[in-house]
Ligand binder design. Structure first.
Ligand code: ATP
Length: 269
């Protein structure tokens, strides 16, 4: 278990001898105007595992995702993807690297004017020269895996929020990414749909493997899907450990946050 330590020094991971970690953040700082958002973030994601990132609102979790996918450049520090500092490689190389990511944004980020099928095959048409028949087979496979084979012809506005998320997930997986990120996959879903989506996350991880990062406020989601848990507070990762160890942590802040207690070191500031 690692508590209050730079994660990159302490979490070798089960495949540590295999090479560089898929995702590593070293001493990253980021400010917007006078506001210091990331304040020396260190995080070393365990490969081929599901890591859930928890932390209070406004503490920099989405900003962290944007750094990991190369949408934001750190003021200081390094973001390493498969050992490469993404800001020390060329733009075309960064573009190539991004294809190894699948990202599920909060609302699924589907194109409203395209049906579910066209949304899911969009990355294939954009980034590959696959034949239409192979595209169709692959997209229908993915849609079936997420339980949407009957909804391929529907527009996003014609399906439920949970179905939109599953469609976003199918699209995030379509290029067979090594890394998949979920920004609050459960937002706006009722507990049953959240639980069903979590089942799909676990099944897809089991089937396709990869390093998954899930950002959520939902402790039921964290308990269900996490192999590892990272806790972020005031722009730093203050805890990273196996999920059981996090839920049994004796650190006052981690305990308070994971238990959702009002009493403890975490206040409203
Ligand atoms: N592009 C930006 N310009 C200015 N401020 C920003 C920008 N992006 C994020 N912020 C600020 O950074 C802080 C952290 O935002 P972020 O969205 O990462 O929080 P979060 O931990 O994901 O919160 P939540 O759990 O509520 O989604 C917020 O105060 C936000 O307003």
């Amino acid at each position: 278990m690692t508590t209050f330590a730079p994660a990159h020094a302490a979490t070798p991971g089960p495949t540590g001898s295999r090479g560089p970690h898929s995702m590593e953040v070293r001493n990253v700082h980021k400010s917007f105007g006078p506001y210091d958002i990331l304040t020396g973030m260190n995080l070393n994601f365990v490969d081929d595992a599901i890591t859930t990132i928890l932390g209070p609102s406004g503490t920099g979790k989405s900003v962290l995702i944007k750094h990991l996918v190369g949408l934001l450049e750190p003021d200081q520090g390094e973001v390493l993807i498969f050992g490469q500092d993404i800001w020390k490689i060329s733009k075309p190389e960064r573009y190539e690297l991004r294809k190894r990511f699948g990202v599920l944004f909060q609302d699924g980020a589907l194109f409203g004017s395209m049906n579910i099928f066209d949304n899911v095959c969009f990355p294939l048409r954009k980034h590959t020269d696959m034949h239409e028949k192979d595209i169709r087979d692959l997209v229908m496979d993915r849609l079936q895996e997420v339980g949407l084979e009957g909804a391929a012809a529907k527009l996003p506005s014609e399906v439920s929020g949970g179905m939109r998320k599953r469609a976003g997930f199918a699209r995030a997986l379509i290029l067979d990414p090594d890394i998949v990120m979920f920004d609050e996959p459960d937002s706006g879903l009722d507990p049953v749909r959240t639980s069903l989506l979590n089942d799909v996350i676990l099944e897809m991880h089991e089937r396709h493997k990869g390093t998954y990062m899930v950002v959520t406020h939902d402790m039921a989601t964290a308990r269900k899907v996490s192999d590892y848990i990272g806790v972020v507070w005031k722009g730093k990762c203050i805890h990273y450990s196996e999920a059981d160890a996090a839920f049994n942590s004796d650190n006052a802040f981690v305990r308070q946050f994971l238990a959702g207690d009002s009493a403890g070191p975490l206040g409203m500031d």
